[in-house]
Design a protein. Structure first.
Length: 139
C-alpha cells in the first residue's frame, strides 16, 4: 500500500461547484483504481491523504499537480504501509467553510481531540494529523 499526503492552496475563485466536481471525479476515479483517502478543505487550503497502488497514486498525483483549481502544491509525505487509514472511503471529505459557526467549532474541537488521541502507527499518519491541526488552528 502506497500513501501520500499533500497540501495545496485553493484558487481564490474556487466555487462550490468546483469542489463538487473535484469530489465526483475523485470518487469515480478512485473506485475504479481501488484508491481511498480523505480531503479536508478549510481557509482556502486542501489537505489530502491518498492511498492505493503506487502506480495509480503516482498517476493521480501527477494529474492533481496539473489541476488549475489549486496551486502551491506541496508533497508532505509518501510512504508504504500495510493497512489503509481510510478503508473503503473512495474520498472522504470535510468542508469546514460550509458549516455554521457552532457546527464548525464543534467539528474542529472534536477533530483536534481525535488528532491528539489517535495512535500514530506511521510517520505519515503523524504528519497528516499535524497538518490537520495546523490547518484547523490557523485563521
Amino acid at each position: 500500500m502506497y500513501q501520500i499526503i499533500y497540501l495545496s492552496k485553493a484558487n481564490s475563485n474556487l466555487t462550490q461547484e468546483d469542489i463538487d466536481n473535484i469530489l465526483q471525479t475523485a470518487r469515480e476515479f478512485n473506485a475504479t483504481k481501488q484508491i481511498s483517502g480523505c480531503l479536508i478543505y478549510h481557509n482556502h487550503y486542501f489537505l489530502q491523504m491518498l492511498e492505493g497502488n503506487i502506480d495509480d497514486i503516482s498517476e493521480l498525483y501527477k494529474n492533481i499537480t496539473k489541476d488549475p483549481r489549486h496551486s502551491d502544491i506541496k508533497l508532505l509525505f509518501e510512504s508504504t504501509k500495510f493497512d489503509r487509514s481510510f478503508g473503503e472511503w473512495k474520498m472522504g471529505f470535510v468542508d469546514l467553510n460550509c458549516q455554521d459557526d457552532i457546527e464548525q467549532k464543534m467539528f474542529v474541537d472534536n477533530l483536534l481531540t481525535f488528532a491528539e488521541i489517535t495512535p500514530k502507527f506511521t510517520k505519515s499518519m503523524d504528519i497528516f494529523w499535524d497538518e490537520v491541526k495546523n490547518l484547523l488552528t490557523t485563521k
